[in-house]
Design a protein around this ligand. Structure first.
Ligand code: ADP
Ligand code: ZN
Length: 429
């Protein structure tokens, strides 16, 4: 099923023509109306009129998070303030907030992209979407909300937390679709199983999981507990929020809406563009943003472009699951580690429950604290010893550093409502 079949299955040559036209338009507006870009073009040899092919984008400088912060609050605005109807800020997991503005057209366009995503995963008007992302300054909940209303589904603006209430909403209104972070989905599953609730008695069919990295193992764990399809959802406030890239029913990479964004993958160290299929940092340029166009934004998210055509018929290329942020990576004993590598190992072990934490004690000592099933605390120490050894060995094989592992009872570690804090770096505290 398609929301906008013509554009979702557009011939690639046509798509590239459209991208170039929109890119030229974006650059010309940005260089005229945004002092930051005006300055860049004034100082550089490259002028907007020199962009005559899509490859020429590589000649343009990057826009970084620091640039958005430096131009806070209104510096990146391309339209008069009367045209702005909405403000969002990024959740600021990585520092001070950035202001993101939407015109009426931008609000509508972001909702159109969400509508594509929902229809792509089989949503119909009689679906009920329980939106468990945080409402407020974050983009996550509101952008999804508007898109779902556009499709015509019933949206429950539940927000995160208050888990018992969430469960009764799901029961009373026969929720079919969840929009939720992976860490909250894991927590919800633990509460439901503690309460002895059977997810098959609910009406759930699918969940959209995004806003933080998670592994295929976590997807499988959540799918099998709730007996639903889990679709990966990627976005960032700087690019509207959710709806930038989304999985179709093939569940094999996320289609990135290329009529709205130009994507590039670069080597984060050298800034050089990498070919499709190679892992690197995702760089995005907005093509339809009215209030706040952004050119070559460095997302710091590590992924790759999947060049093969997708069986669903959409021609917009896919990106693979986000491996992590370049700034999430940490080093222990000289080895580069992404938190998600640890998560993948843990969630692949059946006895492991829903929550874990990585504590970096020193430059050569990492402790992985992990909650395990309650049944294992049955007084038989050998069970715990065996499990602990299994976890240590599997982690060592994955990250090449031998961690200390602490086994904990469920509920020991703190639960966060927004993005989970997985790494405690005592070295920098
Ligand atoms: P902040 O930059 O303050 O965290 P956002 O709320 O805009 O602000 O978060 C966007 C970021 O969340 C992305 O850049 C990415 O790192 C992460 N993210 C969003 N969706 C996913 C996803 N499906 N998989 C992995 N990471 C994701
Ligand atoms: Zn597809």
């Amino acid at each position: 099923m398609f929301w906008q079949k013509d554009i979702e299955t557009i011939d690639r040559k046509e798509l590239e023509k459209l991208q170039l036209k929109r890119l030229q338009n974006t650059i010309s507006r940005a260089s005229k109306n945004i002092p930051f870009y005006k300055d860049i073009f004034a100082k550089s040899d490259i002028k907007p009129k020199d962009i005559t092919s899509l490859r020429d984008i590589e000649k343009l400088p990057f826009t970084k998070t620091e640039d958005l912060r430096a131009n806070y609050p209104f510096g990146m605005l391309a339209v008069p303030k009367e045209k702005v109807v909405r403000l969002h800020t990024s959740s600021g997991t990585t520092g001070k907030p950035k202001a993101i503005f939407f015109s009426k057209k931008d609000v509508n366009q972001a909702a159109e992209l969400i509508a594509r995503c929902l229809i792509m995963t089989g949503v119909k008007k009689d679906d009920v979407l329980q939106n468990m992302m945080t409402y407020g300054l974050f983009t996550g909940a509101l952008v999804m909300h508007y898109g779902a209303e556009k499709v015509g589904v019933l949206v429950i603006p539940a927000g995160p937390g208050n888990t018992k209430k969430q469960i009764s909403l799901m029961q009373d209104f026969k929720t079919t679709t969840l929009h939720i972070t992976p860490s909250y989905a894991l927590y919800l599953s633990s509460v439901m199983s503690n309460e002895g609730l059977n997810p098959s008695d609910f009406s759930l069919r699918r969940a959209y999981l995004g806003s933080e990295p998670y592994s295929e193992e976590t997807r499988k764990k959540i799918e099998s507990f709730f007996n639903i399809d889990v679709y990966n959802s990627y976005g960032l406030s700087e690019m509207n929020g959710p709806g930038v890239a989304f999985e179709c029913t093939e569940k094999n990479g996320m289609h990135l809406w290329e009529d709205n964004f130009i994507m590039e993958i670069i080597n984060p160290e050298t800034g050089k563009t990498l070919p499709d299929g190679e892992k690197g940092e995702l760089v995005l340029t907005t093509l339809c943003r009215e209030a706040m166009p952004i050119i070559r934004y460095r997302t710091r998210d590590i992924t790759m472009i999947i060049p093969e055509k997708c069986r669903c018929g959409r021609t917009h290329r896919r990106i693979s699951r986000i491996i992590g942020r370049s700034d999430d990576m940490f080093i222990v004993k000289g080895v580069n580690i992404f938190p998600q590598q640890i998560e993948r190992v843990l969630m692949g072990i059946k006895a492991v429950a829903q929550n874990y934490q990585i504590v970096l004690e020193s430059y050569d000592r990492m402790i992985v604290r992990v909650e395990i099933s309650r049944e294992l605390f049955d007084g038989r120490v050998e069970h715990l010893v065996n499990l602990k050894n299994e976890i240590v060995e599997k982690l060592r094989a994955e990250v090449l550093v031998r961690p200390d592992v602490e086994l904990l009872e469920p509920g020991t570690l703190p639960v966060t409502e927004g993005k989970a804090v997985r790494v405690i770096d005592k070295r920098t505290l």
